[in-house]
Ligand binder design. Structure first.
Ligand SMILES: Nc1nc2c(c(=O)[nH]1)N[C@H]1C(S)=C(S)[C@@H](COP(=O)(O)O)O[C@H]1N2
Ligand SMILES: [Mo]
Length: 203
Protein backbone atom coordinates (compact mmCIF):
# COMPACT_ATOMS: atom_id res chain seq x y z
CA UNK A 1 0.00 0.00 0.00
CA UNK A 2 1.12 3.52 -0.66
CA UNK A 3 2.09 5.57 2.31
CA UNK A 4 -0.49 8.26 2.95
CA UNK A 5 0.60 11.54 4.43
CA UNK A 6 -2.21 12.98 6.39
CA UNK A 7 -3.06 16.61 6.40
CA UNK A 8 -1.85 18.40 9.52
CA UNK A 9 -3.25 21.60 10.96
CA UNK A 10 -0.93 24.60 10.47
CA UNK A 11 2.16 24.80 12.67
CA UNK A 12 1.66 21.47 14.45
CA UNK A 13 4.28 18.69 14.66
CA UNK A 14 3.79 15.03 15.50
CA UNK A 15 4.94 13.55 18.80
CA UNK A 16 4.54 9.95 19.88
CA UNK A 17 3.12 10.38 23.35
CA UNK A 18 0.85 12.79 25.14
CA UNK A 19 2.65 15.44 27.15
CA UNK A 20 0.84 15.55 30.46
CA UNK A 21 -0.56 18.88 31.59
CA UNK A 22 -2.17 19.26 34.98
CA UNK A 23 -2.25 22.90 36.05
CA UNK A 24 -3.66 21.95 39.46
CA UNK A 25 -1.98 18.55 39.82
CA UNK A 26 -3.53 15.14 39.24
CA UNK A 27 -6.56 14.87 41.52
CA UNK A 28 -7.57 11.78 43.49
CA UNK A 29 -10.82 10.51 42.05
CA UNK A 30 -13.16 8.57 44.31
CA UNK A 31 -14.98 6.76 41.58
CA UNK A 32 -17.85 5.56 43.82
CA UNK A 33 -18.69 9.18 44.57
CA UNK A 34 -18.11 10.46 41.04
CA UNK A 35 -20.95 12.04 39.06
CA UNK A 36 -21.00 13.73 35.69
CA UNK A 37 -23.61 16.50 35.67
CA UNK A 38 -25.32 18.25 32.78
CA UNK A 39 -26.67 21.62 33.94
CA UNK A 40 -27.67 25.12 32.86
CA UNK A 41 -30.13 26.02 30.12
CA UNK A 42 -31.65 22.57 29.63
CA UNK A 43 -35.14 21.06 30.03
CA UNK A 44 -33.72 18.23 32.15
CA UNK A 45 -30.63 18.45 34.30
CA UNK A 46 -28.78 15.14 34.21
CA UNK A 47 -26.41 13.32 36.52
CA UNK A 48 -24.65 10.06 35.80
CA UNK A 49 -22.51 7.73 37.88
CA UNK A 50 -19.42 6.15 36.35
CA UNK A 51 -21.28 2.84 36.10
CA UNK A 52 -24.12 4.45 34.20
CA UNK A 53 -21.72 6.19 31.82
CA UNK A 54 -19.88 2.94 31.18
CA UNK A 55 -22.76 0.46 31.05
CA UNK A 56 -26.09 2.16 30.44
CA UNK A 57 -25.39 4.96 27.99
CA UNK A 58 -24.73 4.51 24.27
CA UNK A 59 -21.09 4.56 23.24
CA UNK A 60 -19.35 5.56 20.04
CA UNK A 61 -15.73 5.27 18.93
CA UNK A 62 -13.63 7.80 17.08
CA UNK A 63 -10.05 7.65 15.91
CA UNK A 64 -8.70 11.15 15.74
CA UNK A 65 -5.63 13.34 16.16
CA UNK A 66 -5.06 15.40 19.32
CA UNK A 67 -3.57 18.86 18.95
CA UNK A 68 -2.11 20.95 21.76
CA UNK A 69 -1.92 24.69 21.15
CA UNK A 70 1.81 24.62 22.07
CA UNK A 71 2.38 22.76 18.79
CA UNK A 72 2.47 19.02 19.52
CA UNK A 73 0.01 16.57 18.01
CA UNK A 74 -0.58 12.90 18.77
CA UNK A 75 -1.98 11.01 15.80
CA UNK A 76 -4.67 8.33 15.71
CA UNK A 77 -5.89 8.28 19.27
CA UNK A 78 -8.88 6.01 19.71
CA UNK A 79 -11.53 7.38 22.05
CA UNK A 80 -14.69 5.64 23.16
CA UNK A 81 -17.47 7.35 25.06
CA UNK A 82 -20.91 8.92 25.07
CA UNK A 83 -21.64 10.99 21.96
CA UNK A 84 -22.60 14.58 22.72
CA UNK A 85 -25.53 14.19 20.30
CA UNK A 86 -27.08 11.78 22.82
CA UNK A 87 -26.52 14.08 25.80
CA UNK A 88 -27.90 17.15 23.99
CA UNK A 89 -31.05 15.27 23.08
CA UNK A 90 -31.52 13.77 26.53
CA UNK A 91 -30.96 17.11 28.31
CA UNK A 92 -33.13 19.10 25.90
CA UNK A 93 -30.80 22.03 25.34
CA UNK A 94 -32.70 25.32 25.11
CA UNK A 95 -32.74 27.48 21.98
CA UNK A 96 -30.84 30.40 23.50
CA UNK A 97 -27.74 28.34 24.37
CA UNK A 98 -24.55 29.74 22.84
CA UNK A 99 -21.73 28.49 25.09
CA UNK A 100 -20.74 25.31 26.88
CA UNK A 101 -18.66 25.36 30.04
CA UNK A 102 -16.66 22.39 31.20
CA UNK A 103 -15.77 22.01 34.88
CA UNK A 104 -13.19 19.60 36.26
CA UNK A 105 -12.63 17.96 39.62
CA UNK A 106 -9.34 19.83 40.08
CA UNK A 107 -10.84 23.29 39.50
CA UNK A 108 -9.86 23.57 35.84
CA UNK A 109 -12.49 25.12 33.56
CA UNK A 110 -12.81 25.84 29.87
CA UNK A 111 -15.50 26.98 27.44
CA UNK A 112 -16.48 26.28 23.83
CA UNK A 113 -19.15 27.62 21.48
CA UNK A 114 -22.25 25.42 21.51
CA UNK A 115 -22.27 25.25 17.71
CA UNK A 116 -18.84 23.56 17.70
CA UNK A 117 -20.14 20.86 20.01
CA UNK A 118 -23.37 20.42 18.09
CA UNK A 119 -21.88 20.45 14.61
CA UNK A 120 -18.95 18.09 15.17
CA UNK A 121 -20.47 14.59 14.88
CA UNK A 122 -17.34 13.13 16.48
CA UNK A 123 -17.67 15.12 19.70
CA UNK A 124 -18.08 12.95 22.79
CA UNK A 125 -17.51 12.55 26.49
CA UNK A 126 -14.62 10.11 26.25
CA UNK A 127 -14.30 7.33 28.84
CA UNK A 128 -11.81 5.03 27.14
CA UNK A 129 -8.55 5.91 25.46
CA UNK A 130 -7.03 3.36 23.10
CA UNK A 131 -9.32 0.64 24.43
CA UNK A 132 -8.76 1.16 28.16
CA UNK A 133 -10.29 3.44 30.78
CA UNK A 134 -8.58 6.82 30.43
CA UNK A 135 -5.39 6.70 32.57
CA UNK A 136 -5.47 8.86 35.75
CA UNK A 137 -2.94 11.32 34.37
CA UNK A 138 -4.95 11.73 31.17
CA UNK A 139 -8.18 12.60 32.98
CA UNK A 140 -9.87 9.49 34.40
CA UNK A 141 -12.79 8.94 34.32
CA UNK A 142 -13.93 11.37 31.59
CA UNK A 143 -12.93 14.22 29.33
CA UNK A 144 -14.71 15.92 26.42
CA UNK A 145 -13.20 15.28 23.00
CA UNK A 146 -14.02 17.75 20.22
CA UNK A 147 -11.49 16.76 17.56
CA UNK A 148 -11.36 20.06 15.66
CA UNK A 149 -10.59 22.11 18.80
CA UNK A 150 -7.22 22.46 20.57
CA UNK A 151 -6.44 20.18 23.49
CA UNK A 152 -6.96 22.74 26.25
CA UNK A 153 -10.70 22.56 25.49
CA UNK A 154 -10.59 18.90 26.58
CA UNK A 155 -11.06 19.31 30.34
CA UNK A 156 -9.61 16.27 32.11
CA UNK A 157 -11.39 14.81 35.16
CA UNK A 158 -14.62 16.30 33.81
CA UNK A 159 -17.45 16.68 36.34
CA UNK A 160 -19.90 19.14 34.81
CA UNK A 161 -21.13 20.29 31.41
CA UNK A 162 -23.04 23.56 31.68
CA UNK A 163 -25.05 25.13 28.87
CA UNK A 164 -25.08 28.93 28.88
CA UNK A 165 -26.29 31.91 26.88
CA UNK A 166 -23.36 34.12 27.96
CA UNK A 167 -19.61 33.79 27.60
CA UNK A 168 -17.27 33.52 30.58
CA UNK A 169 -13.52 32.82 30.53
CA UNK A 170 -12.15 29.47 31.61
CA UNK A 171 -8.64 28.95 32.98
CA UNK A 172 -6.70 29.45 29.73
CA UNK A 173 -9.20 31.83 28.18
CA UNK A 174 -8.58 34.15 31.13
CA UNK A 175 -4.92 34.02 30.15
CA UNK A 176 -5.56 35.14 26.57
CA UNK A 177 -6.39 31.88 24.81
CA UNK A 178 -9.14 31.78 22.22
CA UNK A 179 -12.87 31.49 22.90
CA UNK A 180 -13.21 28.68 20.32
CA UNK A 181 -9.74 27.25 19.56
CA UNK A 182 -10.31 25.74 16.10
CA UNK A 183 -7.04 24.00 15.12
CA UNK A 184 -7.59 24.37 11.36
CA UNK A 185 -8.12 28.13 11.64
CA UNK A 186 -5.30 28.42 14.18
CA UNK A 187 -7.44 30.12 16.77
CA UNK A 188 -4.75 30.09 19.42
CA UNK A 189 -5.21 33.47 21.06
CA UNK A 190 -8.15 35.80 21.43
CA UNK A 191 -8.64 38.12 18.48
CA UNK A 192 -6.34 36.01 16.29
CA UNK A 193 -6.66 33.40 13.65
CA UNK A 194 -3.89 32.12 11.39
CA UNK A 195 -6.31 32.04 8.52
CA UNK A 196 -7.47 35.59 8.92
CA UNK A 197 -4.93 37.26 11.23
CA UNK A 198 -7.42 39.85 12.22
CA UNK A 199 -9.96 40.44 14.89
CA UNK A 200 -12.86 38.06 14.61
CA UNK A 201 -16.12 38.79 16.29
CA UNK A 202 -17.15 36.63 19.20
CA UNK A 203 -20.31 34.67 18.40
N1 LIG B 1 -8.15 19.45 34.33
C1 LIG B 1 -7.27 19.78 33.39
N2 LIG B 1 -7.57 19.51 32.10
C2 LIG B 1 -6.71 19.83 31.11
C3 LIG B 1 -5.50 20.51 31.39
C4 LIG B 1 -5.20 20.78 32.77
O1 LIG B 1 -4.15 21.36 33.10
N3 LIG B 1 -6.10 20.40 33.73
N4 LIG B 1 -4.64 20.87 30.37
C5 LIG B 1 -5.22 20.94 29.01
C6 LIG B 1 -4.24 21.02 27.95
S1 LIG B 1 -3.49 22.51 27.68
C7 LIG B 1 -4.00 19.97 27.09
S2 LIG B 1 -3.05 20.11 25.71
C8 LIG B 1 -4.55 18.63 27.38
C9 LIG B 1 -3.43 17.65 27.54
O2 LIG B 1 -3.91 16.37 27.76
P1 LIG B 1 -2.95 15.28 28.40
O3 LIG B 1 -2.48 15.81 29.75
O4 LIG B 1 -3.77 14.04 28.49
O5 LIG B 1 -1.77 15.16 27.48
O6 LIG B 1 -5.36 18.61 28.55
C10 LIG B 1 -6.15 19.75 28.74
N5 LIG B 1 -7.04 19.52 29.84
MO1 LIG C 1 -2.39 22.30 25.60
Amino acid sequence: MEKQTKEMPPNQHVVKNFIIYAEFGIPEVEIQKYNLKVTGLVQNELSFTYDQLMKELPHAKVKTDFHCVTGWSVLDVEWEGVPFSYLLEKAGVKDNVKWVNFYSLDGYTTIIPFEDLKNDPQSMVALLMNGKPIPDKNGFPARPIIPHLYGWKSAKWLTEIQFMDKYIDGYWEERGYHERGNVWDEERFKGMSGKHSRKRPIL
